[in-house]
Design a protein around this ligand. Sequence first.
Ligand SMILES: NC(=O)c1ccc[n+]([C@@H]2O[C@H](COP(=O)([O-])OP(=O)(O)OC[C@H]3O[C@@H](n4cnc5c(N)ncnc54)[C@H](O)[C@@H]3O)[C@@H](O)[C@H]2O)c1
Length: 282
Amino acid sequence: MKDLAGKTAFVTGAASGIGLGVARALAQAGAKVMLCDIEEAALKTALEGLRRTNVDVDSVKADVSLKAELQAAADATIARYGKVHILVNNAGVGGGGDYGQWTDASWNWTLGVNLMSVIWGIEIFGPLIEKHGEGGQIVSTASIAGLLAAATASYNVTKYGVVALSEGLRASLAPRGIGVSVLCPGFVRTQIMNSRRNLPLRFSGAVESLPTEGPVAEFVSAAVSAVANGVDPLYVGELVREGIENDWPYIFTDTEFEPAIEARFAAIKQGFDRIRARKPRR
Ligand SMILES: NC(=O)c1ccc[n+]([C@@H]2O[C@H](COP(=O)([O-])OP(=O)(O)OC[C@H]3O[C@@H](n4cnc5c(N)ncnc54)[C@H](O)[C@@H]3O)[C@@H](O)[C@H]2O)c1
């Protein structure tokens, strides 16, 4: 995907933060972009803002945690642009509480938005990309929490899932002309810490409030300030554009967590070291 001019991209979670940064960077590179989001008013504002820069963009509202809505958004993209080359599975939510606080509703919300939408996105858009034979790219937004279990349980699980899915599909989609990248951002200056603004109606009242004291509350308060001082989302969008142009397997936003990830690899290696001299009984 060396030349993005004239190609079509579908970006989820495009009304805010990283998704909007990606949509803007791709549109600036000459791609046509279909912005998809659950938050209608923010989507309208994002679309109007981008159109002022004279780019070819449109929008479709969908709750990506519902497969039928994602399918309808794909149909709308084909109806509008004819083809699609780039899928950016980016919509995501901070999710529910940690051990002792979680509920089925909070798991279902987080799994639905952060993981099932990525699985369905690939299932729905993969064949659409394959069909035109011009090649394409799938980028899915995981997190540093996809490589380090550093956030709440449901968030970590969904983000590890996105990394596993992307790593596994890279080899099987390459011969079909589709590159696969996973975006693992560190802290980015977005509205992620206010994810509950878009809690789908079917979960309302069923997702626990986050605790106001204790370790999770401390984690949340530190994360709020780290996100407020995070990387510029348009800078992340420009990295994603570069990642698409060069088929990067992993797209990172900064090196803040590299030592912690190295420490995780070292802990895994220690696990092997512990049993290295033994001969497994078979
Ligand atoms: N901001 C960070 O520090 C950070 C770090 C690592 C990973 N991420 C990931 O980046 C992605 C983008 O988040 P962000 O930080 O830009 O936050 P954000 O809240 O600014 O943007 C997320 C967008 O997703 C949309 N969305 C939420 N639920 C949806 C649904 N059911 N259907 C469709 N759209 C939905 C929201 O309306 C919003 O526009 C997420 O996957 C998040 O987990 C963010």
